[in-house]
Design a protein around this ligand. Sequence first.
Ligand SMILES: Cc1ncc(COP(=O)(O)O)c(C=O)c1O
Length: 421
Amino acid sequence: MRALAAAEASWEEGRTWSLVYHAGEEHTAFLKEAHGLFFSENALNPMAFPALRRFEAEVVRMTASMLHGDDQVAGTMTSGGTESLLMAVKTYRDWARATKGITHPEMVLPVTAHAAFDKAAHYFGVKQVRVPMGDDVRADPAAMEAAITPNTILMVGSAPDYPFGQVDPIEDLAGIAADHEIGFHVDACLGGFLVPWAERLGVPVGVWDFRVPGVTSMSADVHKYGFAAKGASTILYRSAELRRFQFHVTADWPGGIYASPSMAGTRPGGSIAAAWAALQAIGQDGYLAMTEQILDISRRLVNGIRQIEGIELLGNPLLSVFAFVGTDVDTYAVGDQLEARGWHVDRQIKPASLHFMVTPAHAGIVDRFLEDLQASVDEVRAHPELATSGQAAMYGMMTTLPDTGMLEEIVLQTLDGLYSV
Ligand SMILES: Cc1ncc(COP(=O)(O)O)c(C=O)c1O
């Protein structure tokens, strides 16, 4: 297993741009120790494990106060961003059914909102209405308002969104939601532990959290820029009354009265303990300093990318997530060239773009990456035929298929293959 681990993508050296949030060896060893202390405990029944109950309550409280929630804000921890978003959609569905009698619920969200909302729509029978983004690749408030119907239960904005790293115009969107008396969720899974500190450092992100009266819930992942162990997110509601719709109780089961706060039954104690430990150890000063470092690396990368002819950033990235498109070179072929130079890149569609998410692990690679990117663009410009080979050809083909059903089938077959080894 050690040999296999050593052969994985080298995220410690900043060669990957997603999936791992690494804050150094020492912090990782510390998280493992905290995780290990509660490795066997199960937060399914917090009454059995008072320490876990305390950790969870305090992680929720600290996160709520970081996001300017008052004492009324109430939440739970979950296993990750997806579970938090699933819970939000389920909560609003049940809230709207109970308080407004809505039986065919709909939610309005920008195309950029995370794919977990699509999952939630399928799981919980909520129709999703995806609205095209504005020219600034952010949610378009007028278009979002136009999509509201009497069945709309929820509107969503991101802070920031995954594809382009933009903070949606939360004040405008939440104001519209409040006028229509529907819920408004800010998906800060990615930015919950970064944007508060970026704001303090003067990044103009607008007012984007519980300070906005129309914001009725938020999600923030401790296992992303909170630098906790994986398996830790928070879902927060404006009030405990709203959170009530998240909970599940089975009161007539031979196995006893079963109460569960979220999707999972068994909930690993280690993830909750490590999240609490991360918040205690890093603290406000630590997060501020880490955000400063992350923003500095991001600015150097963004400025460097702006100097390279033939590629263009999407929107105006102010934070640590950004994407670029090829303007006179094939985007995916540039991706192939970066891969050939040892970088693991994430490819997006609509538009075809390459996606980057910065962490402290990238501190030492900025110049190297920019040189490799310049060389990759030069190579593709000199050899346009590279667009018709390698992964570029495959992605190019998949993204031009006339019908997404065909693409879905191809991906399902790939999943069948991956999970049948
Ligand atoms: C904006 C946003 N929301 C939700 C998620 C889902 O989080 P997870 O992968 O922890 O389920 C992500 C993941 O990157 C994200 O960027």
